[in-house]
Design a protein around this ligand. Structure first.
Ligand code: NPW
Ligand code: ATP
Length: 256
């Protein structure tokens, strides 16, 4: 099976709304990133700021208390909520009540968002991931589009029910994340000889979510068709490029 190469630049030009003096703040997009912990403060920043650079009006970050002052210091444009907690800062007996508080804090804002990115720099702390599972469930109940990236993919690969059958979810796996997804969902290994068919099967098997497999050519499938984007960027492969993609994806999803 062949993928269809698309002209991503032309599509972006068509879907991005023109600047218009009659619009008010928020109409070009209110997005949020769920991510950022002790180790990773760059990833949520890259995702949140790139959504703004693409044209969103408001960009929020929900991160751990440790990560928040750092992310705030990168940019005054971001609205940063220090609400997530990792196990090391929560006593066992307080976990239930803290989890409820985290969820209540996020719920206050959730319905205002046009799209969420879940995962850049989230880390893998079990307590934090449990809270993020609940946030994902709430977002899904409210029909908010979600882009899952980074450690969010680690979470959903182990809990496929969080996204399974949710057509408003986009998963953006890199090489490692894709391999884990293929092994979990298709019980097989990555097949680069028929990459198009495999990404199609994967998207279908997860119930029509969109899979964007990052690589030399990005392959994108919703379980019905497969598109590819082969525009070449820069030859450097430094950390953070996927985070920028997921943040931009967030704004573009809303425009589309
Ligand atoms: N500044 C920040 O805050 C940033 C934070 N980040 C956050 O970190 C979290 C974990 O994400 P991650 O990117 O570190 O883990 P993962 O994707 O498993 O890669 C790890 C190793 O896998 C390999 N490898 C990767 N690609 C490959 C390829 N194409 N082909 C072959 N091998 C490949 C390569 O291993 P090596 O070759 O060095 O052995 C690489 O070193 C996540 O939350 C993310 O959002 C990042 O966004 C970066 C900026
Ligand atoms: N081998 C490659 N050649 C050209 N472009 C690539 C290659 N691999 C990835 N890319 C591009 O780089 C972007 C980021 O992909 P990458 O695989 O680095 O994501 P990631 O590992 O999730 O990034 P991050 O460091 O932000 O976590 C993708 O949009 C993809 O188009």
């Amino acid at each position: 099976m062949q993928s269809v190469e698309v002209d991503a630049e032309s599509i972006i030009r068509v879907i991005t709304p023109a600047l218009d003096q009659s619009r008010h703040k928020g109409q070009a997009g209110k997005i949020a990133v769920i991510g950022g912990c002790r180790e990773y403060t760059g990833a949520p920043y890259f995702a949140a700021i790139s959504a703004l650079k693409i044209g969103a009006d408001l960009s929020h970050v929900f991160c751990t208390k440790d990560a928040a002052p750092v992310i705030k210091s990168y940019s005054p444009e971001l609205i940063v909520h220090p609400v997530l907690e990792e196990s090391y800062s929560v006593r066992e007996e307080d976990k239930k009540i803290i989890a409820c508080k985290v969820l209540a804090e996020v719920d206050k804002w959730l319905e205002r968002f046009d799209c969420l990115v879940i995962g850049p720099g989230l880390g893998r702390d079990p307590f934090l991931l449990d809270c993020v599972s609940e946030i994902t469930r709430h977002a899904r109940k409210s029909n908010i589009p979600i882009v899952i990236d980074g450690d969010g993919l680690f979470l959903v690969t182990n809990h496929l029910e969080l996204v399974s059958g949710y057509a408003l979810a986009v998963l953006t796996p890199n090489v490692n994340e894709y391999k884990r997804l293929v092994q979990k969902v298709l019980s097989s290994e990555v097949n680069n000889d028929d990459a198009t068919q495999q990404v199609l099967s994967l998207a279908k098997q997860v119930g029509g979510v969109t899979i964007l497999r990052k690589g030399k050519s990005d392959l994108i499938s919703d379980g019905d068709t497969v598109k590819s984007v082969s525009i070449y960027g820069i030859p450097r492969r430094c950390g953070g490029q996927g985070d920028i993609l997921s943040g931009r994806q967030n704004s573009l999803y809303f425009y589309h």
